[in-house]
Design a protein around this ligand. Structure first.
Ligand code: HEC
Ligand code: HEC
Length: 194
């Protein structure tokens, strides 16, 4: 008798909750992928991707330019060196604050390239998405820590505070932080594809 009762209860549980659980997953996935697409708009924007390269050479992309070029003036070239080479250290030209004139260098207290494992330039949305979730390639961070990096890091913020003549990254710091958290809450899904 007890066994039949348990069976009845679990059947009821299955009927009552299974459809809800099933319908939730695709919903979350759609919401998560929408949030990721906004995040990707930001990450792939030149104000961000120009520093997230794998060959040690930052990129330049001015307003009106049709494609990005490698940073002129023989800057960088060693994928393991993020601060520039002697005689052309990033900080030689990049001051703690933005240059006020068009064509002048943008600035921050510490201006350097992202580590090569964190390269986004030239990668697909799916690749960047998988990589940002991989602690071996995101600086050993949890996704919550990546979110707070977006919220608090000065170099990230430079993307929304460009020098004159450069376009800012889309949305805003707060909006991007919110998209990132919405993506985490939806289970951090990645788009299909290479
Ligand atoms: C010899 C001077 C010099 C050195 C050294 C230098 N930069 Fe620059 N950098 C500039 C100038 C000038 C600009 C502004 C270009 C413009 O606005 O047209 C610039 C712009 C940039 C930009 C913005 C490009 C864009 O389109 O958003 C990035 C990113 C950058 N530099 C990264 C670096 C990094 C990283 C290093 C060190 C590895 C470095 N730079 C070393 C002079 C330099
Ligand atoms: C001047 C170069 C520079 C620019 C511009 C820049 N970053 Fe980065 N980024 C870095 C460096 C350096 C690190 C590594 C920091 C660390 O490990 O603490 C990094 C790390 C990150 C990380 C951490 C983890 C990971 O997996 O990549 C995120 C997220 C990030 N940047 C987002 C952005 C966004 C968003 C923008 C544009 C709005 C941006 N960055 C613009 C240099 C830059």
């Amino acid at each position: 008798m007890k066994r039949i009762f348990t069976l009845a209860v679990s059947c009821f549980a299955l009927i009552a909750f299974a459809p809800a659980a099933l319908s939730q997953v695709p919903d979350d996935n759609v919401k998560g992928l929408e949030a990721w697409s906004k995040i990707h708009d930001v990450f792939s924007h030149p104000r961000c991707a120009s520093c997230h390269v794998s060959d040690g050479r930052p990129m330049w992309m001015g307003n009106g330019d049709t494609k990005p070029i490698k940073h002129p003036m023989f800057v960088g070239g060693n994928p393991d060196n993020h601060t520039g080479q002697p005689g052309a250290m990033c900080s030689t030209c990049h001051a703690p604050v933005n240059s006020a004139i068009e064509g002048g260098p943008p600035g921050a207290e510490v201006w350097l390239l992202a580590p090569k494992e964190m390269a986004w330039f030239g990668k697909s949305s799916a690749q960047i998405c998988e990589q940002i979730k991989d602690p071996a390639r995101n600086g050993g961070k949890t996704l919550a820590e990546v979110a707070s990096h977006i919220k608090n890091d000065e170099l990230v913020h430079s993307g929304w505070n460009p020098t004159p003549g450069r376009e800012a990254a889309p949305y805003s710091i707060d909006a991007t932080y919110d998209y990132f958290n919405a993506w985490i809450e939806a289970g951090a899904p990645c788009p299909a594809g290479e």
